[in-house]
Design a protein around this ligand. Structure first.
Ligand code: PPE
Length: 307
């Protein structure tokens, strides 16, 4: 995990401040209760300029996340979209990861955040290979976590709220502590849900499976993109409940996510998935996906927004 370099500017409530000056009060509501919502967005450098992948969808999700917690972001979606692009430009970044965050700020403590200001920040930096340099090619080793994915009856799991990530942190610490690259969380019923920060797919006899959007998952923007690309190529994609056994006996499995991009899973709990290497379907999809991100697919240029 690479640490920050402290260089650059962060967009903070409408103005750019030096990286080291982007601070909050220790009694900010969001710090105590995780009452913040955020996004993870990627920008890619291509021969035709730098493009942000599915900016509109990410901004839309940020606002849905906020509304689940009755948080009113004091900017329009257009203003936030523009500020995201400006942050990339201001920092003279080409390929980067972008993290917009809105949180209940400093005013009072106590669980009802009504009256706390809504503070907004946008930071951007180089964040390569979330699951390690070799992941995209060689695949990763996963473990089923002892922690179950948060349940829709407990939290609005389909949105990206800061506090929800304590569940992901526990799963991640658990898997990494046992020497694995990443965790896989089951839902409270015992079906496969997702990774701590990734959606999961399996391939069996040429058909692609992924847990349905209604289950305990964050329905990822990468997930939706992969489903669309796969169907356009001609693969059958089925969104349904997936048992542990179905995943373990798959021919191929992979993770998708903004930070993780697309990473083959070669092993789960020391059981090889298929041949224990990047599978055929994964290879085809990954190429299509990376070509799309790099503005080499005319059909999907609709997903790219020029910085
Ligand atoms: N599930 C979870 C729980 C999740 O956090 C992410 C994104 C996804 C699925 C995939 O969603 P999408 O990025 O829209 O395809 N995780 C973000 C945060 C990761 C982090 O460690 O921080 C991300 O990838 O940006």
């Amino acid at each position: 995990m690479s640490s920050f370099t402290d260089k650059g500017k962060i967009w903070y409530n409408g103005i750019f401040v030096d990286w080291k000056d982007a601070k909050v009060h220790v009694l900010s509501h969001g710090l105590h209760y995780g009452s913040g919502v955020f996004e993870g967005i990627r920008c890619y450098s291509t021969d035709n300029g730098s493009f942000i992948f599915r900016l509109k969808e990410h901004v839309d999700r940020l606002y849905s996340s906020a509304s689940a917690y009755r948080m009113e972001i004091p900017y329009t979606k257009e203003e936030i979209g523009e500020a995201i692009k400006e942050t990339v430009r201001e920092n003279r970044l080409d390929a980067c990861y972008i993290r917009p965050l809105a949180f209940f700020g400093y005013h009072h403590l106590g669980l009802d955040p009504t009256g706390c200001p809504v503070d907004c920040v946008i930071a951007a930096w180089h964040w390569n290979a979330y699951l390690g340099k070799e992941a995209a090619e060689g695949g990763i080793r996963c473990a089923f976590s002892q922690w179950r994915r948060i349940d829709p009856a407990t939290l609005p799991v389909t949105i990206k709220a800061a506090g929800h990530y304590l569940n992901s942190i526990l799963a991640s610490l658990d898997a990494k502590g046992r020497g694995f690259d990443e965790a896989i969380l089951l839902d409270t019923k015992g079906y496969v849900a997702e990774g701590p920060g990734e959606n999961i797919f399996a391939v069996k006899d040429g058909t692609i499976y992924t847990p349905e959007a209604e289950s305990s998952i964050l329905p990822g923007i990468t997930r939706a993109s992969i489903i669309e690309l796969a169907r356009d190529i001609g693969y059958k994609v089925v969104e349904k409940q997936m048992t542990k056994e179905e995943l373990l006996s798959a021919d191929e499995a992979f993770f998708t996510g903004t930070a993780a991009e697309m990473a083959p899973i070669r092993e789960i709990d020391d059981v090889l998935i298929g041949e224990g290497k990047k599978g055929k379907v994964t290879r085809v999809l990954q190429k299509k996906f990376f070509d799309t991100l790099n503005a080499r697919e005319k059909k999907y240029m609709k997903w790219l927004e020029l910085v």
